[in-house]
Ligand binder design. Structure first.
Ligand SMILES: Cc1ncc(COP(=O)(O)O)c(C=O)c1O
Length: 429
């Protein structure tokens, strides 16, 4: 069977970015060849016992309640399950001193869908044929943004500036405000905070600056808060979630232990929420209600915010510490390696400056010593210009055990040493 595909069909049947690499990783793990791999590529969160127990308890409560039939045996409103919307409104109003009503909230099947709705409702060709851009103000960024637009040419990313601490072997990306332009040709802006893959957290001031640049043209700014407080609270540095005006605060319950249930939440101006809601009605009517009903319980009781702060955050923060301590101990001080500041999320991002081989070749060499990471070049969606940096980074997942992370980083240090030294050998020497 070889059906003819439309332009959109061709676009959407392609795997973008990291999903294409994942295919190679799955095949490597499957083939095995007797080799045990330490997998530091996973984006799937760890199943933490306390988190699983919370969802088990909420499920048991739901099953025993009168509500069960209403939840699973009926269609509901496109906007979402009312008790979940009410729980979020109450929690956010109390926590952040807001004045939200239920008209400010939309529940979606996972947060990825919010970016898909927005990228195509605000980005792409308008009625006059002008291309409205989906702007990613800071690159590298979440690889999933590479696949959200039906008109991929609309997604454009900006190169960052780099703040480098040579002595400490650390660095941090900052948005380059001298370059960033938001105009009437901008459809919407999206960024992750904390960021997948780098663990970067844009400061409150940087967020405000982006919001201010977008405000005069009513450009929606989507803040992808998949790792932000209050849940899953995977920020290791202070940050305040931002709301109001043209901002859409977008959450996900995936890293709070519910990736299988697909729950995303958009909070913002009722006009923006309404546009995304209509998109959703046309696409899938509404998000499944079972996950929404257990989430409503976990949020209303305060248990989810509590577990996020006291279990989920410390778990990953400790993994980052093991990773950075091991790199500091085993990576040669003379090599130009730089670890991105670990400000949040469930990944570490390592920059190997002037790496003599590509990130893809480095990934292959790590496989030879039983380590799987993700080559960094998949994390620059929308950044079309040549920039050697794009092939000098890798993403390391913090979902493995302490021991696996420590062994993995020791072996990585050995491979890095060998790769740089070999390139430094005189030709024929
Ligand atoms: C930054 C970021 N945004 C969005 C998503 C998608 O999350 P969801 O499961 O809510 O669709 C992910 C998933 O890993 C992510 O890392």
């Amino acid at each position: 069977m070889n059906p003819a595909l439309t332009k959109f069909g061709t676009e959407m049947s392609n795997l973008t970015g990291v999903r294409a690499i994942m295919k190679d990783i799955i095949e490597t793990l499957r083939a095995g060849g007797g080799q045990e791999f330490i997998n530091l590529s996973a984006g799937n969160p760890v199943i933490l016992p306390e988190v699983e127990q919370l969802w088990r308890d909420c499920t048991a409560e739901l099953l025993a309640s009168q509500e069960y039939g209403e939840v699973v045996c009926r269609y509901g409103s496109s906007q979402g399950y009312q008790p979940l919307i009410e729980a979020i409104v109450k929690d956010f109003n109390q926590r952040y001193g807001l004045n939200l009503s239920d008209r400010n909230v939309l529940i979606t099947p996972g947060s990825q869908s919010i970016y898909f709705y927005a990228a195509n409702a605000f980005g792409g060709y308008d009625k006059q044929g002008n291309l409205k851009q989906v702007v990613l103000p800071l690159s590298p960024e979440y690889t999933g943004y590479g696949g959200v637009s039906l008109t991929p040419e609309s997604v454009i990313a900006y190169k960052p500036t780099l703040e480098v601490d040579e002595a400490a072997h650390r660095f941090k990306y900052r948005p380059d405000f001298s370059q960033l332009k938001l105009t009437t040709n901008t459809g919407c802006v999206i960024f992750s905070r904390p960021c997948n893959p780098t663990g970067n957290v844009l400061t409150d001031e940087e967020v405000q600056k982006i919001a201010d640049l977008a405000a005069p043209d009513d450009i929606p700014v989507l803040i992808d808060s998949a790792y932000a407080p209050p849940f899953p609270a995977l920020n290791f540095t202070e940050m305040t979630p931002s709301f109001g005006g043209n901002l859409l605060h977008c959450m996900s319950l995936s890293k709070a232990g519910l990736p299988g249930e697909r729950i995303g939440v958009a909070i913002g101006d009722p006009k923006l929420v309404g546009i995304l809601e209509s998109f959703q009605t046309n696409l899938c009517i509404h998000s499944p209600r079972y996950g929404q009903a257990i989430a409503a319980r976990a949020i209303a009781s305060g248990a989810l915010a509590d577990i996020a702060e006291n279990v989920i955050r410390p778990h990953y923060q400790q993994k980052f510490k093991v990773l950075e301590d091991t790199l500091d101990q085993f990576m040669s001080k003379d090599l130009p390696w730089f670890l991105h500041r670990g400000e949040g999320a469930i990944f570490a991002w390592l920059w190997l400056k002037d790496l003599p081989i590509t990130d893809w070749e480095f990934y292959q060499q790590l496989k030879q010593v039983g380590i799987i990471v993700v080559p960094g070049s998949s994390f620059f969606p929308g950044l079309r210009e040549d920039w050697p940096h794009k092939a000098e980074c890798i993403r390391i997942s913090l979902t493995a055990s302490d021991e696996e992370i420590a062994i993995g980083m020791q072996r990585l240090a050995g491979v890095a040493e060998q790769v740089y030294r070999q390139a430094a050998l005189p030709v024929g020497g």
